[in-house]
Design a protein around this ligand. Structure first.
Ligand code: ADP
Ligand code: MG
Length: 261
């Protein structure tokens, strides 16, 4: 069964793009076919996989605005079984033009449902905003993955996210689940440890057991145009994203078993 995961947080710089790419590549290593969709006008994911945002005929904005089929916008990457739908700055106009259309929040949901997609996982890299694009991503997803730093303002920003989740569940996607992922953790930092503890006691099962620690190799891999797992397979970041991929697959299996029962 195809699983769609939205990676979202209204804050920038919390490792949304890094998580989309690294988790996607780790899922491929575990035998999955993965499609990444870049939904951010900054196109960092597109760049990190070695594509020029301006040079692609079809992009995520063609899917959102012009009804282009997902498979007609997909690109093969240098990593086998890892495909990408690139972004460009044009996706930004969706935020303005989509809300005037009726049913605009389910465009992506419908594109995925009717897309006949040969993938095990689709991962959506969202922009740092909770607007039309992010609503589409959440309406289309089985799971919302929220990367967050163990910083006060990051934890605080989760409030808006929680109210958006309630909204989406009421309107377009009653089964939307979420998991918080603590990223860029520095275990020597007492505040980080405290906030991580607080997140776990507040959200319980809603926080992944896996945490992603600081690793400068994660900053270098986009320059190489490769996911960390391929750029530095032995790096701490590679190991931790592999563990995350395993935790996610177990979670997906449990959910399937529960739905089948
Ligand atoms: N675990 C990590 N350790 C060190 N740097 C990281 C880590 N995760 C992400 N980064 C770096 O932090 C910056 C922001 O990450 P990015 O994934 O672009 O965030 P977002 O997509 O949420 O804006 C990037 O320079 C990225 O390379
Ligand atoms: Mg990003």
């Amino acid at each position: 069964m195809l699983k769609t995961i939205a990676v979202s947080n209204e804050k920038g710089g919390v490792a949304k793009t890094t998580t989309t790419l690294s988790l996607g590549a780790a899922l491929v290593e575990l035998g999955n076919r993965v499609l990444l969709i870049d939904l951010d006008a900054q196109a960092n994911l597109t760049l990190a996989l070695g594509f020029e945002p301006g040079e692609n005929e079809n992009t995520s904005s063609s899917v959102m605005l012009d009804n282009v089929a997902l498979l007609d916008a997909r690109k093969k990457t240098d990593v086998e079984k890892l495909d990408l739908i690139p972004s460009s700055s044009r996706i930004e106009i969706s935020e303005q033009f989509l809300p005037v259309r009726t049913g605009y929040t389910t465009i992506l949901q419908k594109a995925i449902q009717t897309g006949n997609l040969p993938y095990d996982y689709i991962i959506l890299d969202c922009p740092p905003a909770l607007g039309a694009i992010t609503k589409n991503a959440l309406a289309a997803s089985d799971l919302l993955l929220i990367p967050t730093q163990a910083e006060y303002f990051s934890a605080y920003a989760l409030r808006n996210m929680m109210s958006l989740i309630r909204n989406i569940r009421e309107q377009d996607n009653p089964n939307l689940a979420y998991r918080i992922l603590v990223t860029m953790l520095d275990r020597r930092n007492r505040t980080h440890r405290n906030i991580h503890e607080q997140l776990r006691s507040t959200f319980g099962e809603g926080v992944f057991n896996t945490v992603i620690e600081m690793d400068t190799k994660l900053r270098e891999s986009p320059i190489a145009g490769l996911p960390i797992t391929h750029y530095k397979p032995g790096a701490r970041g590679s190991t931790q994203y592999r563990v995350l991929a395993q935790e996610l697959m177990e979670y997906a299996k449990e959910t399937e078993d529960r739905q089948a029962a």
